[in-house]
Design a binder for this molecule. Structure first.
Ligand code: COI
Length: 365
């Protein structure tokens, strides 16, 4: 990571921000990631110069050369985190230093320049401050922040770009997956894989998500909301969903989750929930988990609950696992108590309703 002292972000305010009425309408019931605030953060990197032009500017389309490396070879990395409004109107980020570190790790894997953690934090602080009226105050809603590194050099050579842009957009959001009083139905993909050993599975980068779209369509065609991937080597071990980590609860209260083997995204929500589970005295097992162990466990009543977790999805109960050769309901298909306890414990900290004993909140406003 660069060690130079970062310069502040210069703020160039949007002279035509949304009116109060436009903003209220846009924030009423936003579809995830479809509504954007008035500003975005930017910084530019050039080989030999490092990071310059740190700025907050009006949200606008990007003029980009059609030969920009990111458009051809997907040399990019991104992040997802949220800002939460508390009852006293203060606004807080949740564990942003984790996202800074993960973006740096993804950048290393994608041969992109690392953004110093101080710049990452400063960009979010400035953006959330200027767009603070876009941080929802309604229960369960928040401002989703999407930091992004993209290779902008016009070059069709398959080599690391010598120009990179850092961008952050912000979107008021509610629930990512609406499941009602039943857990989500999950399609277990056979044959399609998200990541291979030595590939980019543990980086947060576009290609992993692009690869999940066709299996996601397959999931939809089978009446499921999400797809679960198995390992690419043996098609046998559960890995993660298309943007969420997986947890399984045994009848004795132990919680199982696939270990971070290099092909799984190290989720910040995953890590926070594992910590909260341990805080509440539960045993947690991070290890390889065979799909057969989950299916047989559900049938035998030994696995009593499944849930997915991620920044966007928070905690999403899983009610059903489906594939070509099975259709299994978890318990009675409704959300289980451990997932519910974790949504409560996590969101109570995020929204300032419970003491932040781990120092996870980063106050911005
Ligand atoms: C997030 O949870 O922040 C993600 O980037 C996942 C994506 C499916 C929205």
């Amino acid at each position: 990571m660069e060690t130079t002292t970062p310069a502040p972000f210069t703020v160039i305010p949007n002279r035509r921000p949304a009116s109060d009425e436009e903003r209220w309408l846009a924030m009423e019931d936003p579809v995830f990631g479809k509504v954007f605030t008035d500003h975005m953060a930017r910084a530019t990197w050039r080989d030999g110069e490092g990071w310059t032009q740190r700025r907050i500017v009006p949200l606008a389309p990007l003029p980009m050369h059609p030969g920009a490396a990111v458009l051809h070879y997907a040399q990019q990395a991104f992040e997802g985190l949220k800002a939460y409004r508390h009852e006293d109107d203060s606004i807080h980020l949740f564990r942003p230093e984790r996202n800074a570190a993960r973006l740096a790790a993804s950048a290393r894997r994608l041969a992109l320049p690392e953004l110093p953690a101080e710049d990452f934090l400063a960009s979010l602080e400035e953006l959330v401050t200027i767009d603070q009226q876009w941080v929802p105050g309604t229960p369960g809603a928040s401002l989703y922040l999407r930091p992004l590194l993209i290779a902008t050099e016009p070059s069709l050579l398959v080599q690391p770009s010598d120009e990179v842009d850092y961008l952050v957009t912000a979107s008021p959001v509610g629930a990512y997956i609406a499941t009602g009083d039943q857990g989500a139905s999950i399609w277990v993909s056979k044959g399609y894989h998200r990541a291979n050993a030595g590939g980019t599975g543990e980086a947060k980068t576009a290609g992993n998500y692009a690869a999940s779209m066709l299996p996601q369509l397959e999931a939809k065609a089978h009446g499921c909301q999400q797809v679960l991937f198995l390992d690419a080597k043996e098609d046998r071990y559960v890995e993660e969903l298309g943007g969420m980590n997986l947890m399984a609860v045994r009848a004795d209260g132990t919680v199982l989750t696939p270990s971070l083997s290099g092909t799984i995204l190290p989720g910040v929500t995953r890590d926070s929930i594992l910590t909260l589970l341990k805080d509440s005295g539960r045993t947690v097992e991070e290890r390889d988990i065979e799909l057969a162990e989950i299916l047989e466990g559900i049938e035998a009543g030994e696995i009593v609950e499944l849930f997915a977790c991620g920044t966007a999805a928070v905690v999403t109960a899983i009610g059903r696992l489906v594939s070509d050769d099975f259709d299994v309901t978890v318990g009675d298909g409704s959300p289980g108590p451990v997932g519910a306890e974790m949504v409560g414990a996590l969101t109570d900290i995020q929204y300032g309703r419970a003491e932040d004993t781990h120092g996870w909140l980063h106050r911005v406003v």
